[in-house]
Design a protein around this ligand. Sequence first.
Ligand code: UD1
Length: 427
Amino acid sequence: MDKIRIRGGKALKGIISISGAKNAALPLMAASLLTEGKLTLSNIPYLADVVTMANLMVQHGVTLHMDEKPASHSSNGRTLTLNARNINNFTAPYNLVRTMRASVLVLGPLLARFGQAKVSLPGGCAIGTRPIDLHLKALEQMGALIELSDGYIHAYVKGRLRGAEITFDTVTVTGTENILMAAVLAEGETTLRNAAREPEVSDLAHCLVKMGADIQGIGSDTLVVRGIEQLKGTEHRVIADRIEAGSYAAAAAITGGDIELRGIDVHILGTVAEKFSEAGVDITPTAEGVRVNRRNGLLGVDVMTQPFPGFPTDMQAQMMALMTVAKGASMITETIFENRFMHVPELSRMGARINVHSASAMIRGVKSLTGAEVMATDLRASVSLVIAALAAKNITVINRVYHLDRGYERLEEKLSACGADIERIHA
Ligand code: UD1
């Protein structure tokens, strides 16, 4: 297994191009199942999760073409063309769903277009139990018959799904996306209340509208969908990855650097930019993106994760890394997932002072961190260790790099172009 080796202490300076958003690309790829037409997606990040989703599409019968590797540092990503004219397999198997929970996003589209789908239950994951009961309940309200057996969801509907009034008990991102994709081909009107407002949900909705769907309320917590019989192919550019941008912003901030993140709009960073500002880090718009620079020392701030437009849970670990060397104390509360503090013991091994009390972590800033051999069990926890390592004394070796490869495209290349001393050690 590959490792990443970082010698900390270099202030990041330079330009980083932000890739297309993983969490927008995955549902958009699943949306190709809704039409016989060709869906062309540009600005696709080349990530392990995108490859897993591509494999899933292919085994359903989608023909797929990805262009060659774009020039290094290009902000255009790859272009992926998907055609789901000849779907011959309605099963999303355990071996793919197990490696990537977002595979469950095929459920809504397959059921809506073909009246059947068989999808492996995802099971638990490192950050919590993460059930999909709300996806299933909503599909049942739309007339689907759902059975759970042999570890699989078996879903059927005679004819088309029916429009329904759906109120999600909890804000769920992939739940909203799954039901939105089901509703666009359902008979009649569907109203989704307490819908997720994440920019990636809106990106999917905008693409569906280009495919011919009728969706009102995009960007709000109430989506009203008038179902139609058929959608057509289209072309769509994936939005920039706000979590990748936030992660590099944290890396620049912790090293006292000054970088420009290209291809990202400051508005999409929302609460993250506000919290950085409270912590003494300015994120300001430039002609092509945003500039991140630290005013003086870092200050401790309190953060609570919330659905969008609140502070994203996917930035919680990175914010915690930043707070380990801030002046004073900060309290970070995780409200979305029940077990998302796996980075805490690893950051502690690097000298951080953190106490966890149920869903909150109290961080008391230290003068400096020191390098150690560390590992993490999920994507964002892993990147928080990279961030900490960039500011730590001596050398840090991060194991289980495959987590980073799921969500960060060319991480070492992007960071070393800004002066970081970072290298991948191939196993
Ligand atoms: C998505 C993101 C993930 C992010 C998360 C929260 C993708 C591919 N992944 O994950 O990066 O961390 O949103 O912003 O976009 N829940 C239920 N029942 C359900 C569905 C969810 O109880 O049927 C709960 C979950 O356990 C969790 C909360 O709702 O506590 C939010 O989860 P959800 O928004 O569904 O996360 P994902 O869509 O899986």
